[in-house]
Design a protein around this ligand. Structure first.
Ligand code: KG4
Ligand code: ZN
Length: 332
């Protein structure tokens, strides 16, 4: 199956056999285009996708050593995401499906992220809890056999990656900010500043991160005015401690409440060293396993789309050429 994803700022195409064997996984990042704006500019994203899509699809086939004749279906992310960006992938996939007379499958991007850990860990128990944390999403989901989902909670405001990016922008650390903050944090003291842990103790699985971002700004302004000596490493470590504390606490709460035997971590923020380590430690205390995919399957890619599409194809999913892109899309 050829999987295409153009939901945000990566033009991605991959060929995957049997839902797991990644024959190719090509990603063209637009990060340099958006860097000077400190965030993704939707119109620029669409234009870049148009420039890249044909080449990325050709490369994915060439690297996999296949032609359109070898494909069984074409899958494309058609929801959720930036509408102009999604439309490029959907239009490309529809044209290719029509020309080569192949079945077309419209895939939910979040289902792709949730599926990514299952591509490399084939004995994952069901149900398991999946924490999806990226620049666009923060979602805690119970994943059942047959790719049925129960969404336990999501963010009320900023996504986890978004708050990393916004704090990094405020601190003048560039875009995207997750990795920079992660690296700085390793040299800082996580207890230097006690930033708030919004919604940590609420009786649900919801998240809220924008308050932490505001606290960082207020703290830095106050520290500057008072001439306080605090390093950027300490601020990064303290900020990261607050975000990770809430993510881990609520994820563990979900594991305990549902009795799930495993937790999976996926999305760009799954690369975070402190999140990985804390989740592992906390899960070990209650005997739960933590699984995460390699980095190229954590961030946006076409392989996870082709992967979950294979499972949906087995279940009989087929979309016609009337398939449309929608900016929103729940996984229910
Ligand atoms: O999944 P992804 O590539 O794209 C979206 O679907 O959003 O995630 C990108 C996000 C960015 O917000 C980036 O700052 C964050 O993942 N990120 C990290 C780290 N590496 C990437 N956040 C925290 N720690 C990291 N090491
Ligand atoms: Zn994503």
């Amino acid at each position: 199956i050829l999987g295409i994803d153009t939901s945000c700022d990566e033009t991605a195409a991959a060929v995957v056999a049997d839902g797991r064997e990644v024959l190719s996984n090509i990603v063209a990042s637009q990060v340099e285009t958006h860097q000077e704006y400190g965030g993704v500019v939707p119109e620029l994203a669409s234009r870049k996708h148009i420039e890249a899509i044909n080449y990325i699809v050709s490369r994915s086939l060439a690297e996999a050593g296949v032609t359109f004749k070898d494909l069984e279906a074409i899958a494309v992310t058609n929801r959720p995401g930036l509408i102009g960006a999604l439309l490029v992938g959907v239009a490309a996939a529809k044209s290719l499906a029509y020309c080569h007379n192949l079945p077309l499958l419209g895939i939910n991007h979040i289902e792709g992220h949730i599926y990514a850990p299952c591509m490399v860990h084939d004995a994952l128990p069901f149900p398991h809890i999946c924490l999806t944390v990226s620049g666009g999403h923060t979602l805690l989901v119970e994943v059942h056999e047959g790719w049925q989902y129960k969404v336990l909670g999501s963010t009320q405001d900023d996504a986890a990656g978004e708050v990393y990016d916004k704090v990094a922008k405020y601190l003048g650390l560039g875009f995207p900010g997750g990795k920079v903050i992660d690296d700085l944090a390793q040299k800082g003291n996580p207890s230097a500043v006690k930033f708030p842990r919004p919604m940590r103790n609420t009786d649900d699985y919801q998240f809220s991160f924008s308050g932490i971002k505001t606290s960082v700004r207020y703290f830095v302004e106050k520290a500057r005015r008072a001439g306080l000596l605090i390093t950027i490493e300490d601020i990064a470590a303290s900020f990261q401690a607050a975000v990770v504390d809430v993510l881990v606490y609520k994820s563990l709460r979900a594991v305990k409440a549902t009795g799930a035997a495993a937790i999976t971590l996926t999305g760009g923020v799954a690369a975070n060293s402190h999140l990985r380590a804390s989740l592992k430690l906390a899960a070990a205390e209650i005997g739960a396993e933590v699984y995460y995919p390699p980095m190229n399957l954590c961030t946006d890619n076409g392989a996870m789309i082709a992967g979950i599409a294979y499972q949906k194809y087995q279940q009989g999913l087929r979309d016609g050429l009337s398939l449309n892109a929608t900016p929103k899309g729940s996984i229910f």
